[in-house]
Design a binder for this molecule. Sequence first.
Ligand code: FES
Length: 264
Amino acid sequence: MIKSVKAEIVENKPIAPEFFRMTLKAETLASEGLPGQFVMVKVSPNLEPFLRRPISLHQINREEATVSLLYQVVGKGTRLMSETQKGKVIELLGPLGKGFTWSDSDRVVALVGGGCGTAPLVALAHSLLEDKKEVHVLLGAQTKEKLVCEEDFISMGAKVKVATDDGSYGHHGFVTDLLKNLMHDVALDMVYSCGPLPMTKEVVKLTQEASIPCQVSLEERMGCGIGACIGCVCKVRTKDGAFTYKKVCKDGPVFKGEEVMFDD
Ligand code: FES
């Protein structure tokens, strides 16, 4: 059942240029939300902007009954979010979609995040480490300034490596270069990925070549977020070798890497 939730903002502050973290008191989301799921945020009490914004669950704190959302200010909706003050109550739908999964046999895992796609990997790393997995985190950013969450992962106990486009921090180049190296050095049982499409494609290609299972969270524009508007379809392979279309908001946003068809 789709749940409409009212949540008080506990904190809403910038953590890097353009990036904000909003923490909400939200018992239902904290108790039911899973890494990889998302919420649709009503960014304004007014009708304008009309559409809600899809934002992934970034941190899930069951003890304190809070969840955090990490978002990048890219337009009117997210700018309004960034201006909303602590103490205000906002409306959300969620938790929505299907999140990341793991099993007992996934003992050594890598999380690959690019830009704002790093956000849901924080909740995922937290759950995986609680489950005693060995967690490697590979982060990509345009510049050192725009790198987010490195400290969150380190303080949890994950092994973190960073790549920046301009070489201002860590490896100068793509985060997928780091994945190639890691796959060479460590036997990975599963790779999880969230970030820009070219990065996601490359992660799927590399893991398929190495026969490592992979799960990717797709970043797609969404209208309703609940499977009603067909505004978020992606093409996926079926078992008989044909293809079908699935809704990123309802069937995803997390898919098996091998089922997603990227190129048309
Ligand atoms: Fe409406 Fe997915 S956003 S169907």
